[in-house]
Design a binder for this molecule. Structure first.
Ligand code: ATP
Ligand code: MG
Length: 364
């Protein structure tokens, strides 16, 4: 087992005008499950491939344990990778697929059988060892791909969207299995996904990237409770945080005819900005019981049984402003029907996050 450190590691693809990964600094603890998450093209796979040795590091360095691996070929890095398109060998049995890399390494037959048997037991594949891949379900094939990585007993597992070929339901059950398996094996793991729910449910810590730049790395609750900037605030959480722009006013931020209360010391940090963005999670926005609050025109109420989500837009906007403006989402706990003919008033019932519009940074 080992730690992994990226130190100012950058990758610039030939001909590109900006780095795909820009001075990445990230340390992953021994046995930790680290998830890299971010939108398509933000540099997740490139970071993983740099760690694997499949992509050149143009500046900075990468360490596994105490060893600088920046210029080491992939085979000398003691890592195992599970890709999105984990092609299994179709003509080989499950057991042979899992043991193939060991065979190439010259591991003895008895040792191979022992390790494959052990991995098959961990993965619940014991009954399938003699089958060919085409006789397996998608989820079972995915487990064989995991098995191929496990039998190598590497210092570090790298996984690049290994669940994206599975249907939604299987993805949920398999992500729980992978997280549990990683915990049992205790092998340092770097896992790439663009799905923030997967990131939040699987990772010990989550590193959020955008445009090749690391935005924030923290445990899931920290990311959720104190996103460092507007991007992380909008990316983590589903439905997303309400992000509403308003003018700085006495005691808060003006949204329509309502001043959302913000502490003075937070407002003082706005320095020169005369508008700020406030962020309120849907569960921290509730129906006001007086005439005060953010006036919202209700578009739909989504009834989910246990709770419901109210979707709307700031009241009193022109059609054009409404389309350009933020969507407002509030989680309702009551089953009281909502009158859609008149605007409702919503008030913060929990944390109000405050962000600078000029820097995007968190002020609260
Ligand atoms: N071989 C390559 N040559 C040139 N540019 C590349 C190459 N591979 C990736 N890029 C570019 O580098 C950036 C980062 O790509 P990367 O594959 O790391 O993104 P990603 O975060 O994994 O995205 P996705 O979620 O779509 O897989 C993108 O702008 C991409 O177009
Ligand atoms: Mg990718």
């Amino acid at each position: 087992m080992a730690t992994v450190s990226f130190k100012d590691a950058s990758r610039v693809y030939p001909g590109a005008d900006h780095p795909a990964v820009d001075k990445l600094n990230l340390t992953i603890g021994d046995g930790e499950f680290m998830v890299l998450v971010g939108p398509s093209g933000c540099g997740k796979s490139t970071s993983l491939r740099m760690l694997a040795g499949l992509e050149e590091v143009n500046s900075g360095s990468i360490l596994i344990g105490d060893q600088d691996v920046t210029n080491l070929p992939p085979k000398d890095r003691d890592i195992a990778m599970v890709f999105q398109n984990y092609a299994l060998y179709p003509h080989m049995t499950v057991a042979d697929n899992m043991g193939f890399a060991l065979k190439m390494q010259g591991v003895s037959k008895s040792e191979r059988e022992r390790r494959v048997g052990e991995a098959a037991k961990l993965l619940g594949l014991e009954d399938f060892l003699t089958r060919k891949p085409k006789a397996l379900s998608g989820g079972q094939r995915q487990r064989v791909a995991m098995g191929r990585a496990i039998v190598r007993q590497p210092q570090v597992f790298l996984m690049d969207e290994p669940l994206s070929n599975l249907d939604a339901k299987l993805r949920v059950s398999t992500r729980t299995q992978i997280a549990a398996l990683q915990q049992r094996l205790g092998v340092t793991t770097v896992y790439v996904t663009h799905d923030q729910v997967e990131a939040m449910t699987m990772g010990d810590r989550v590193a959020v990237m955008k445009d090749g730049i690391l935005q924030q790395v923290a445990n899931p609750l920290e990311l959720y409770d104190t996103p460092r900037n507007l991007f992380v605030a909008g990316f983590i959480g589903s439905p997303a945080m309400n992000l509403i722009k308003g003018k700085v006013a006495d005691g808060g931020v003006q949204v329509g005819d309502y001043v959302v209360p913000v502490e003075r010391e937070v407002l003082a940090r706005a320095q020169g900005d005369d508008t700020l963005t406030i962020g309120i999670r849907p569960e921290h926005l509730g129906k006001s019981d007086d005439s005060q609050g953010i006036a919202v025109d209700v578009a739909v109420v989504e009834e989910l049984g246990a709770d419901s989500y109210l979707y709307g837009s700031l009241a009193g906007l022109s059609e054009e402003e409404r389309l350009a403006g933020p969507q407002i989402v509030a989680r309702m706990t009551s089953r009281h029907p909502i009158d859609r003919s008149a605007p409702v008033r919503l008030k913060p019932t929990g944390t109000v996050h405050v962000f600078s519009n000029s820097t995007g940074e968190r002020l609260s």
